[in-house]
Design a protein around this ligand. Structure first.
Ligand code: SF4
Length: 234
């Protein structure tokens, strides 16, 4: 089974810093402040509870800036989204602000990614379950996974995986790019085709899998102007 990830890796759909609108970033930052009370660059992520709220707010804020239905862009059902808001952001609500339309995504592929994450959960409660669905949906977008989750940098995604999906974190002992690593796991489990060779050291895609995951936050980018010069291919 060849999947959309190969198209993503070809670079055809990558959203660059140059083309991503400033308005989208501003809308996302505003939505984040609506949820958390401060701009993303000022977020306090000390402790698990603060960190989880930051991650959820980052995903929702970015998804809300893209247009379309917020639940769909975030990877949740309407019921799950309502539950998340009432339990994590009571009395706060954000609505889609962008002019865009919902992306066409492969529901089967999202389900496979989500199931892989659910099989590797290491936290109790609904947060990890929501995050599995949200990460799976956001993995369909063309940028680095941490960027399309609206996080501030890759280290936040590494912390997120380590906290909620610890078996995956342990298996990524070569520090592979996270989206590539998830699809590598899918290759092993479900017959997806990403690898052209069984051995990474012989592979022409080595840099795609193990290169640095630098880039610019899609939610906190306004506070990181110097980072815009360091974006690389997914
Ligand atoms: S570098 Fe390794 S994991 Fe990446 S595509 Fe090649 S064989 Fe697969």
């Amino acid at each position: 089974m060849v999947h959309a990830f190969l198209e993503i890796e070809s670079g055809g759909g990558r959203v660059s810093a140059e083309t991503e609108s400033a308005r989208s970033v501003r809308d996302a930052a505003r939505a984040y402040r609506e949820l958390i009370g401060v701009l993303p660059e000022a977020a306090n992520i000390d402790g698990d509870a603060n960190f989880d709220r930051h991650v959820l707010a980052s995903i929702l804020s970015l998804a809300s800036s893209e247009g379309g239905r917020l639940a769909a862009q975030a990877g949740l059902t309407e019921a799950e989204l309502g539950d998340l808001f009432s339990r994590c952001f009571a009395a706060r609500r954000i609505e889609p602000s962008g002019d865009g339309v919902e992306s066409h995504v492969d529901a089967d592929e999202i389900e496979i990614v989500r199931d892989l994450l659910l099989e590797n959960r290491s936290s109790e409660g609904d947060c990890g379950r929501w995050l599995a669905a949200m990460i799976a949906r956001r993995a369909m977008e063309p940028n680095h996974l941490w960027e399309d989750l609206g996080l501030r940098d890759r280290s936040e995604l590494t912390r997120l995986i380590g906290r909620h999906f610890a078996p995956l974190a342990r298996r990524n002992d070569k520090n592979m790019r996270w989206k590539r690593f998830i699809y590598r796991m899918m290759c092993e489990n479900d017959g997806f085709v990403m690898c052209s060779t069984p051995v990474c050291s012989n592979c022409a895609d080595y840099e795609l899998c193990y290169g640095a995951e630098t880039g610019t936050s899609r939610v906190a980018a306004a506070a990181q102007p110097s980072a815009t010069t360091s974006r690389q291919t997914v």
